[in-house]
Design a protein around this ligand. Structure first.
Ligand SMILES: [Zn+2]
Length: 193
């Protein structure tokens, strides 16, 4: 049998979009297949974190012409619901924007961790690194799970902020955004940290 090379789903041009949010300006990049990245303000840290829950989520700008791809529109709506009332994401429910990295025919460990996390750990829930490794049917992969979290390209939607240590909050953005992690969990109704 000849080896059939599967065509990469990412064929479109990747564009950048910015959205206002209670955390500050969120930058999203996306192709027509889905989101590539969702990033919080680059200089956000525990020293300057000053959330404004009254700040609505709006599309601020788009580099390039034309209508944003569906994933960006879905992302905008998802974030609007998330910052208003995260419980509604599962109650309504709100469809999660497509993520380009997860639309591959041959996902690696990281992609599978991101998928399982996004599919199974909803707003108001937390999971330890160890329990997530168990859920991957790979209990020895705690460090690999940690690595997948610190390399998560699509924050919030792949909810790495819900992954905690067995003895505490665990790091967020290499330990520079602990207040952000705590705020997000509080916002979702998790108050134990
Ligand atoms: Zn893509």
């Amino acid at each position: 049998m000849p080896v059939v090379k599967t065509k990469d789903v990412c064929v479109g041009e990747v564009r950048e979009y910015q959205m206002s949010s209670p955390l500050g300006t969120i930058t999203v990049t996306a192709c027509t297949s889905g989101l590539h990245t969702l990033s919080q303000p680059p200089h956000l840290s525990d020293e300057n974190f000053s959330p404004n829950i009254r700040q609505e989520v709006e599309l601020l700008s788009a580099k390039g012409e034309g209508d944003p791809p569906q994933a960006v529109k879905s992302c905008l709506h998802w974030l609007q619901v998330y910052f208003k009332d995260p419980a509604q994401l599962t109650q309504i429910p709100v469809s999660r924007p497509n993520i380009c990295h997860l639309h591959t025919n041959n996902p690696g460990f990281r992609e599978r961790v991101w998928q399982v996390l996004a599919d199974t750990v909803g707003p108001g829930e937390v999971i330890t690194y160890g329990a997530l490794a168990d859920r991957m049917k790979n209990p020895g992969a705690v460090r690999a799970v940690g690595s997948a979290m610190s390399n998560n390209p699509v924050g919030l939607i792949v909810p790495c902020h819900r992954v905690i240590r067995s003895n505490g909050l665990g790091l967020y953005h290499h330990g520079q955004r602990q207040m952000v992690k705590r705020w997000l969990l509080n916002h979702e109704g998790v108050h134990k940290f």
